[in-house]
Ligand binder design. Structure first.
Ligand code: ADP
Ligand code: MG
Length: 326
């Protein structure tokens, strides 16, 4: 590996300079970066939740993205997967494939990554550094109360369906980056570039929600996974979908009401809970000061339907293009 100025910078120098033993805040990290393996000590009474996600340049992000945003997002999408299971994040590893060593780039990437890690008391305990087309793979490990992980397969007919925060914002942000939409509002870009995983809310849903998923591919597709794996269907109410003012304005201007159902990258939680626990769900989100909206109900009848303008339409669970063509 060579740095900006053509100086040879070894893999080991790079690791030592940027990733060597970042300060640990955890007693259960026995050994972090620097040896052949990290040594971690899981707590009794918990199951380990393990997930990994890869971000590839040109596929998941634009090559000229601010590396601090990229570092944040590479970690955020993995913390969101842990959140979707109700797990508390503990450890991450980072595999970086870099076309060359641009120290300023690595420094900013590391800053975005570690700032989010510290906020959630997550230790970076290892990884790999190689040369090649820019790509980032993060693995995240967390704890969930034994036998209590929030799965996709455990929704039941009659459950209420909720979504946290607002949806469609990151999708609008992507349209703005691509020059397909305009807005003065920073919110859509912020949501696309700096998603905030719902780590605390998700853990509080353990024992309350029946099924949960994070909205990474779009609400219809992700709720579709819950419905498929649980063997049920659902009806949503279009008027209840929680939208930011920028997304509302976009829909008013374009008529593209499908955006909040099909656009991905929002990293909100979509979960189901038994109707008799609705007061507990409301109280929980009130206490957390986190917005959470009731958007529909799980039904025995398979498929996904939506009430809109006095009619009930069938929503395809497939990808964006199919939906647009319908
Ligand atoms: P090995 O040859 O045993 O794979 P490496 O030289 O790849 O060891 O890595 C040395 C140490 O640095 C290991 O502890 C590894 O986990 C860590 N490491 C390498 N790359 C990274 C990275 N990008 N982020 C965090 N830790 C890393
Ligand atoms: Mg290695």
């Amino acid at each position: 590996l060579t740095d900006n100025s053509g100086r040879r910078l070894g893999e080991f120098d790079l690791i030592r300079r940027y990733f060597a033993a970042p300060e640990s805040s955890r007693g259960d990290t026995l050994l972090g970066v620097g040896d052949d393996c990290a040594l971690l000590r899981p707590s009794a009474g918990f199951d380990l939740a393990v997930t990994t996600d890869t971000l590839v340049s040109g596929v998941h992000f634009f090559a000229d993205v601010d590396p601090a945003d990229l570092g944040h997002k590479a970690l955020a999408v993995n913390l969101s997967d842990l959140a979707a299971m109700g797990a508390a994040p503990a450890w991450v590893t980072l595999c970086l494939t870099l076309p060359s060593v641009n120290e300023a780039w690595v420094e900013r990437f590391r800053g975005g990554f570690l700032a989010l890690a510290q906020r959630h008391s997550v230790d970076l305990v290892g990884g790999d550094t190689t040369r090649g087309p820019l790509s980032i793979t993060v693995q995240a490990i967390g704890f969930v109360t034994r036998d209590h992980a929030l799965r996709r397969s455990t929704a039941r007919a009659g459950d209420l369906i909720y979504v946290t925060g607002t949806i469609g914002s990151a999708g609008l942000g992507l349209k703005v980056l691509r020059g397909e939409a305009e807005t003065e509002d920073r919110e859509p870009l912020q949501r696309l570039l700096r998603p905030e995983p719902r780590v605390e809310a998700a853990q509080a849903l353990v024992g309350l929600a029946h099924a949960c998923i994070d909205v990474s591919d779009g609400l219809a597709a992700d709720l579709g996974h819950i419905l498929d794996q649980s063997g049920f269907g659902a009806t949503l109410d279009a008027d209840q979908l929680p939208l930011s003012s920028a997304v509302m304005r976009y829909i008013d201007n374009t008529g593209d009401w499908s955006l909040p159902l099909t656009a991905g990258d929002d990293y909100e939680l979509c979960f189901t809970a038994p109707a008799e626990r609705s007061a507990a769900v409301d109280a929980l989100f009130e206490r957390l000061k986190t917005p959470c909206t009731l958007i529909g109900r799980v039904e025995a009848d398979p498929g996904l339907r939506i009430h809109r303008g006095g009619r009930c339409e069938v929503l395809p669970l497939a990808g964006y293009d199919h939906f647009r063509a319908a």
